[in-house]
Design a protein around this ligand. Structure first.
Ligand code: VGL
Ligand code: ZN
Length: 211
């Protein structure tokens, strides 16, 4: 029997061209989740997307640190920071949502990563937890109690969004066939799943909602 989706939000994390095959920070098989997310969208009355949206001088870009390459570590906002290729630059094609992802019924888009001094994986807070995007209050004001997380990437923005969602008191689900990992190390995606489970995120498959 299909789940009851009263007071539930579908959260679509960073399904943007740069995280899809051919993008600058491509997640392998990332495009395979798009039809799954589109099917899920039909079951929800409340849908919100997040968008990684960096200025060109963002501190997470390796090119902005002389002599550094993507994958190397630095310190940013007093936190260990992995350096990335340039991605999701404001106004670029790479920052746009994939054209096959249906945005028609989205209630809101929350952008993050706009402050060059700190990275922002979660859709709720920056990595230093100094700034709040407003997503938590927005969901609460709408009476949302259950958050269903999908999108990219399972081992970064999806993981941190799901962990923050739990910490804010939402009953939080990860739809495991509606996300894919970057896997800089080959088991990062699996480790992220374990971490989320431990924190109280409930793992389900899309069939629990679609069938
Ligand atoms: C992401 C790395 C850098 C993500 C964003 O959306 O998972 N990963 N910026
Ligand atoms: Zn980013």
């Amino acid at each position: 029997m299909a789940m009851n989706l009263k007071n539930s939000a579908l959260l679509i994390v960073d399904v943007q061209n740069d995280f899809l095959p051919e993008g600058s920070l491509a997640v392998r098989h990332g495009d395979e989740i798009i039809p799954v997310i589109n099917a899920l969208q039909e079951k929800f009355n409340f849908i919100v997307a997040t968008q990684d949206f960096h200025p060109t001088d963002h501190g997470s870009f390796a090119v902005n640190h002389e002599g550094k390459c993507p994958g190397e570590m630095i310190v940013l906002a007093d936190l260990p920071q992995i350096l990335w290729p340039v991605h999701c630059v404001q106004g670029s094609e790479g920052a746009e949502f994939h054209e096959e992802l249906n945005p028609i019924r989205w209630t809101a888009i929350f952008q993050k990563g706009k402050n060059p001094e700190v990275d922002s994986y979660s859709g709720f807070f920056d990595n230093a937890r100094r700034e709040d995007t407003g997503l938590g209050d927005f969901l609460q004001n709408e009476g949302i109690m259950n958050v269903f997380v999908t999108g990219l990437a399972q081992d970064y923005c999806v993981k941190f969004t799901a962990l923050d969602s739990v910490s804010l008191g939402f009953k939080t689900y990860l739809i495991s066939d509606a996300t894919k990992a970057v896997n800089l190390a080959k088991d990062d995606g699996d480790k992220a799943l374990e971490e989320m489970k431990k924190a109280g995120v409930i793992l389900i498959e899309s069939s629990a909602i679609l069938d």
